[in-house]
Write a protein that binds this ligand. Sequence first.
Ligand code: MRU
Length: 334
Amino acid sequence: MKEPLAWLGNRLRLLDQTRLPNEEVYLELTDYQDVAEAIKALRVRGAPAIGVAAGYAVSLWALAASSQDVLSFKKELDGVLAVLAATRPTARNLFQVIERLREVGDGLSSVDAFKEKLVQEAAAIHLEQHEADRTLADYGAALLGAGASVLTHCNTGPLATAGCGTALGIIIRAFEEDKIKLVYATETRPLGQGARLTAWELMQAGAPFKLITDSMAGYVMSTRRVDAVIVGADRIAQNGDTANKIGTYTLAVLAHEHGIPFYVAAPTTTIDRGASTGSDITIEERNEDEVTHCHGIRLAPAGTEALNPSFDVTPARLITAIITEQGVIKTPCL
Ligand code: MRU
């Protein structure tokens, strides 16, 4: 498994996911603003991995910070956290990390102790993500029977969590347990996280898969055996409504129509106690160029206006269960 993120003591090594699968380019970042740019540009992406990267961004800032008193250090920290918060609005894990780091200094009276605590906390967040992913994979793989064919969307493997993945982590675990016959991976327009990243990770795992365009999902569910659809989550509301990569809602409707179990896999850090339902979730809107162009090449005529919501919300009633590291939650009853 290739590490998408690694803390090197005074710099962050990051696998640039925008260059995959054709090039494996590692960036070494020393400035928190470069990490913020990397999150915005999807060099690191997937809600949990964004949270982990944000933790290390704060470490980079803290190591270089010159403030001598705790009050001004804390004020500067708030500014850094605000820059990170402005990168990807839907990814709950990012905000969970921000809230956690904001509280880290409570009760500390020295800047050095504050810095040390921030650096330790970032490493702890990364480690906890690894642990949550491993446990979640156990719970999820246990839901699949032998010879399962599963369909997944976007990319939810190690690249997306900096651990062993959520939905794709479950699928890879089930494959290692000899349970997987075939994985259908959706291309995931507009940016192709399925085609570029999930296909890359499944290939590395040696798991059998077929890539499909997003619009083939109905055909596949109606003509082939699909035992489960398993996707990740960017933010889960208290009632179980789930925001995930655009196209997830369509898959949930199709799965419902075809009587196929629809599972969401996410660590509990993706659950937003401040969102009662999906309508409380902010959906990130990205640049129209991502839809009108592909890898910089224009697809649509110049002047075409496009929509580009990065996520949609699947209502809890279409979700069979949410798989977390704390167990499997049957919806809608979070
Ligand atoms: O825009 P992205 O690539 O960050 O979107 C990623 C997803 O939608 C994932 O499904 C989600 O973050 C879960 S990652 C384990």
